[in-house]
Write a new protein. Structure first.
Lengths: 95, 285
């Protein structure tokens, strides 16, 4: 588990539009040298926010990150997001 | 010896300015905007020479590679917010000179008063600073001393420590080697959830908001500290620990009840609190 590394990726993407473009253009390459578990890497590539939430990603960063990189309908995301993370309650997001 | 002339706490919700400016604001927003206009006049009435601004950072300037609990900014200027916050929230920028001499004196006096503040010579201030400053001092004509607190990255210091740091800042201001009139402006919030299952349109726990504002209003430090545990605040909303900045203000006020306090409950976003401790009654607006 490398919560810090996941948070670091999400923060970089949220804070800088150019980094966000690079991330969107080739996520696998962006994550190439990051020290992530395979589960974290796959969840970041798939924008699987529910898994990232369950693993203890910082919810404040996860919120901004998911909305920024989400490829589907953003209006629907709001409802789906809450529903899909609810089963995991409140995972510890300390790094 | 400097003089502490006013202590004030308000929200830093980046949504609030847009709610006021938007078409057809709901009654609670109109009332909250009036409260904040009164707060602006109140601070101006006390004629501060410098504003000590105590607020958090939302993992923008500081991150878990090097996370200070309490940090004094001593760069010559403070500007914000961050570009991505401007894009997301459409909030106004803010720019102020930093009163570097006061910042340095506060750092030196800190250790004597039991707080080893971190410091920074290069930083931006995020919406937690720019939103309250734009409400309280839109003229951007007063120098500030920014003090950053960690309420975002656990472990955050417990409520008791925020209270003690507030008490220490009061003693530090008392001992500053200048005759400046010092106003303190802090920002925080009540129950709020971001990126969690309870995130919604209004406060994530209005009962917490009412109870805490009643306790703050009556100066019940003991109960506030007892109930402001990390777990209790998280149960009310996963970003609720921003409340700790108000606990710090209770310490700055030496445990006394505020001169005025209140809270509005908009349906469209989190609760909008205000609190102020006046040092002198005669200059009130």
């Amino acid at each position: 588990m490398s919560k810090y590394q996941v948070d670091k990726v999400m923060r970089e993407v949220v804070m800088d539009g150019k980094v966000a473009s690079m991330y969107r253009a080739d996520t696998e390459k962006f994550l190439e040298d990051r020290e992530l578990t395979e589960e974290e890497r796959k969840a970041l590539i798939d924008i699987d926010y529910a898994t990232l939430y369950r693993l203890g990603a910082h919810p404040f960063l996860l919120n901004g990150f998911t909305r920024l990189v989400w490829k589907g309908d953003k209006a629907a995301l709001n409802t789906e997001y809450r529903k899909n993370i609810a089963p995991f309650g409140y995972p510890d997001f300390s790094t | 010896m400097a003089k502490l002339v006013e202590i004030m706490g308000i929200t830093h919700s980046p949504n609030f300015p847009g709610q006021i400016a938007g078409p057809d604001p709901e009654p609670a927003i109109i009332e909250a905007a009036r409260d904040y206009e009164q707060m602006r006049k109140r601070m101006a009435g006390f004629r501060p020479d410098v504003l000590v601004v105590i607020a958090s950072d939302h993992l923008n300037q500081f991150f878990m590679d090097n996370m200070p609990a309490f940090l004094i900014g001593k760069a010559p200027r403070a500007e914000g917010p961050f570009p991505h916050e401007l894009r997301t929230f459409g909030i106004a920028p803010y720019r102020a000179e930093v009163e570097v001499d006061v910042a340095k004196s506060m750092l030196q006096l800190g250790s004597k008063m039991g707080v080893d503040f971190s410091f920074s010579d290069e930083f931006r201030i995020d919406h937690a600073f720019t939103v309250p400053l734009n409400f309280i001092r839109p003229e951007m004509d007063l120098p500030i001393v920014p003090i950053f607190t960690n309420v975002m990255a656990p472990p955050v210091p417990p409520a008791q420590r925020f209270f003690e740091v507030g008490k220490a800042i009061r003693r530090i201001i008392d001992e500053l080697p200048s005759n400046k009139r010092v106003g303190v402006l802090s920002s925080g919030h009540l129950a709020i959830e971001i990126g969690g299952p309870k995130e919604g349109r209004s406060s994530s726990d209005p009962d917490f908001d009412r109870r805490m504002m009643n306790l703050v209003g009556s100066g019940d430090v003991e109960t506030v500290i007892e109930e402001s545990t990390w777990d209790r605040m998280l149960a009310s909303g996963n970003v609720t620990p921003g409340f700790l900045n108000f606990v710090l203000l209770m310490g700055l006020a030496d445990g006394k009840p505020p001169s005025v306090s209140g809270v509005r409950f908009p349906k469209s976003k989190g609760s909008v609190p205000y609190m102020a401790w006046d040092s002198e009654v005669e200059v009130l607006p």
